[in-house]
Structure formats: structure tokens, C-alpha cells
Design a binder for this molecule. Structure first.
Ligand code: UD1
Ligand code: UDP
Length: 359
């Protein structure tokens, strides 16, 4: 079977690594990088560290407004699909690259398989929510990481082709956790000791594009009374520079460039708590048993909140400060994201689907 996998943004490189490794045991994979993320630290570093095969195509789309970026991707992906004629197109997550890949394939009547299907924040102002809904409704195979995701799809009338496979980020974590411990020197480089610091990541436009919210978040972190390591996403870097906040950073906040995956998971694993508006980081905090404070009013990873390991605090200084001081999960963890065999299951289901189509 010939599979075209479409990736373009940081979390997709991480998600595709275990799946790609599995699929290539039996199938031909064409890897298409849209070029949505292009800095070395947002793209290449993941291909190097995670031994992801070099993309067969890098479309070099780069940054742009939502419509333009998605539209240019759509045309460029269509060209690749017409040339390569894959049996199935695989897309990941909820970025503009995800939706462009799904739509290009669906319009050409190529079956679409969506990894991380069924996630919903029920907040249509999030660009990702539109990408999730539209991608799911254009997909033939919907690979869900959680039971909630399966239920969300059923509520929208999507039941055919839906498979609960678990989360591929567990596969990535299992594969890389001990490698990260061996290879990463990030704690030493940043100068923090295990259990004695917080980590923060912020990149959602609902936070970064609002100066007051960034002031509130940084204000709360500045009063944490301990080191805070802050790997800064390029969008956030641009916003903080524009607001004049990068030069006024509280002294305890260690601003660093975006980290590679191995550094990021080692840093997260040894943090006292993590503050984030990222989807992937909320899950990784749970997998690593680190309490998570989510700088949003909603989340699509509702199970992490229900089990008491994640708390939603928005971007309000008082709520963030309170959570930094007092938030403490009271209950033991249970398995939310599967056993780390999502990639194997995805491979099996794709093979079965292809056999049914051709037989
Ligand atoms: C995108 C995804 C988001 C995902 C995030 C992961 C969409 C709508 N958003 O958000 O769902 O959580 O990736 O990190 O698809 N930039 C650089 N260098 C890069 C990449 C981006 O400087 O390599 C800067 C550019 O100024 C760009 C801005 O970051 O305009 C935002 O990049 P973009 O890919 O549009 O969205 P993200 O915020 O990264
Ligand atoms: N990540 C990373 N370096 C960083 C920040 C995040 O490697 O400096 C990883 C993180 O461990 C997770 C993924 O990137 O695996 C999450 O991506 P991101 O937060 O950019 O996007 P989201 O998950 O919100 O879509």
C-alpha cells in the first residue's frame, strides 16, 4: 500500500515518528512536509532526534494568514497527490496542514485517515477546533486517542471508520523517555535541579495576541518564588518583543529557544509543575506524572482535568498564582491514553481497510 503522510508543524513531527516507523515495515510511505514550521528548532531538530525519514516533498509554504496558508497548501498538496496517487492520505492533529491535507485528498477521492480524531474543545474561536471538525468530517478512518473522542464523533453522527487506538504520543514517549534521560543535558544547561522548577509554554493566539494576558501570565510566574524555564515558541517570541516584554522578564524566568523533544520531555519529567496552553504538553505532563496548570478556559483533553491532574486557570494572574502555590493532584493516575501500541493498531487497520477495498 502507498501511504502519503502530511505533516507540517512541530507536534506532527513528534506524532508521525512512531507511526512512520511502523508503517514502513510493510508499506511504502511518502512523507510530505508542508513547511508550515521551518526554523531548525521547530522542524529539522525533530527529524534528526527522532530519526524521521527525510520528507519526500517539502512544500515550503511557510507562514501566512489562515486562509492564505491553508489555500496555498491545498493546491500544493493536490499536485503531490495527483503525481503520487497514494492509496490513503494520513493526517495528524489539528493544524492548518492537517485540514489542507484532508481536504486535498477528499476532493481527489483518496481515502483520508485522521490520527487524533474526535478531539473537541467546543470553542470555535480556536483555529484548531475548525480544523478538527472539518478534518473529521472529511475522513474515512478516524483514529481516536480517547473514549471521549469516540463519543464526540458519535454526537456528530460519525460512527463509520471510527477506531479507538490510543494516543500515538504515548508511543513516542515510551520510545524516547530513557533516550532523553541518557542524552539530554537540559537541566544542567539551564541550571535547574530536579523538582525545583516550573516549566511554562505558551503559544495559543488567544493568549499571545493579548498583551494583558501575557502580562498576567508573566506576572504570576514572576512571583512563583522559584526558577521558571520558558522555552519560547516563535509566535510568542514575536508577540513578547512587540509588547516590549522580553526585555522586562522577571529575573526567575529563564527564557530559552524552543527545545528539541528529548530536552523537552526530560525538562517536563523533572519539573515540579508545568504551565501550558499546549495540547501535547498537557498530555505529556500526565504521562510523566507532573501536575499541569492549563492557561486556558477549556481543553480537549478533558480526562486530565477529570482525574485531577490538570486544572484550567485561563490567563488570570490570581488563579495562576493560586494554582502554582496550591494545586496538587489528590488521586492516583489511571490509564487515559492507551498502552503505547497506537501505531501498531493504526498500521493493522490501514492494511485491513486497503485489503477490503482491493479485495
Ligand atoms: C501552529 C498550529 C497550532 C499548533 C502549533 C504547534 C495552526 C492554525 N496552528 O500554530 O495548532 O499548536 O502550530 O506549535 O495550524 N514562526 C516562525 N518559525 C517557524 C514557524 C512559525 O517564526 O518555524 C512564526 C511566524 O511568525 C508565524 C507564527 O510563528 O506567523 C505562527 O506560526 P503558525 O504555523 O501559523 O502557527 P502556530 O502558532 O505555530
Ligand atoms: N515541544 C518541544 N519543544 C518545545 C515545546 C514543545 O519539543 O520547546 C513538544 C512537546 O513536548 C510536545 C509538542 O512539542 O510533544 C507539543 O507541541 P506544541 O505545544 O507546539 O503544539 P500543540 O500540542 O499545542 O498542538
Amino acid at each position: 500500500m502507498k501511504i502519503a503522510s502530511i505533516v507540517g508543524a512541530r507536534p506532527q513531527f513528534i506524532k508521525c515518528a512512531p507511526v512512520s516507523r511502523e508503517l514502513r515495515k510493510e508499506h511504502e510511505e511518502i512523507l510530505v512536509h508542508t513547511g508550515q514550521h521551518y526554523d531548525h528548532g521547530m522542524s529539522e531538530v525533530f527529524f534528526e532526534e527522532l530519526a524521521i525519514p527525510k520528507p519526500d516533498y517539502n512544500l515550503g509554504i511557510g507562514s501566512g494568514t489562515h486562509g492564505r496558508q491553508t489555500g496555498v497548501m491545498l493546491g500544493a498538496i493536490e499536485d503531490v497527490l495527483e503525481r503520487e496517487k497514494p492509496d490513503v492520505v494520513l493526517v495528524y492533529g489539528d493544524t492548518n496542514s492537517t485540514f489542507a491535507g484532508a481536504l486535498a485528498a477528499a476532493k481527489l477521492h483518496v481515502p483520508v485517515a485522521h490520527v487524533e480524531a474526535g478531539l473537541r474543545s467546543f470553542d470555535r474561536r480556536m483555529p484548531e477546533e475548525l480544523n478538527r471538525v472539518l478534518t473529521d468530517h472529511a475522513s474515512d478512518l478516524l483514529f481516536c486517542p480517547t473514549k471521549t473522542a469516540v463519543a464526540n464523533l458519535a454526537a456528530e453522527g460519525l460512527t463509520r471508520g471510527v477506531h479507538l487506538v490510543g494516543d500515538v504520543m504515548v508511543d513516542a514517549m515510551n520510545y524516547n523517555r530513557s533516550i532523553a534521560e541518557e542524552r539530554s543535558r537540559v537541566l544542567e544547561e539551564v541550571g535547574v535541579g530536579p523538582g525545583e522548577y516550573l516549566v511554562v509554554t505558551v503559544h495559543r493566539p488567544s493568549n499571545t495576541d493579548d498583551r494583558e494576558k501575557m502580562v498576567a501570565i508573566l506576572g504570576a510566574l514572576g512571583e512563583a518564588g522559584k526558577p521558571v524555564v520558558f522555552p519560547v515558541h516563535p509566535r510568542t517570541w514575536k508577540c513578547l518583543t512587540g509588547y516590549g516584554l522580553l526585555t522586562k522578564m522577571p529575573e526567575n524566568i529563564r527564557v530559552v529557544e524552543p527545545l528539541g523533544y528529548l530536552d523537552m520531555i526530560r525538562l517536563t519529567a523533572h519539573a515540579e509543575k508545568i504551565l501550558t496552553d499546549s495540547g501535547g504538553v498537557q498530555k505529556e505532563a500526565y504521562m510523566l506524572g507532573v501536575p499541569c496548570i492549563t492557561l486556558r478556559e477549556n481543553t480537549e483533553w478533558v480526562e486530565t482535568v477529570e482525574t485531577g491532574w490538570n486544572v484550567l486557570v485561563g490567563a488570570e494572574k490570581g488563579r495562576i498564582t493560586d494554582a502554582i502555590r496550591h494545586f496538587s493532584p489528590g488521586v492516583r493516575q489511571r490509564n487515559l491514553f492507551g498502552d503505547g501500541n497506537a501505531s501498531v493498531l493504526i498500521g493493522k487497520i490501514l492494511t485491513r481497510h486497503q485489503n477490503t477495498r482491493s479485495g
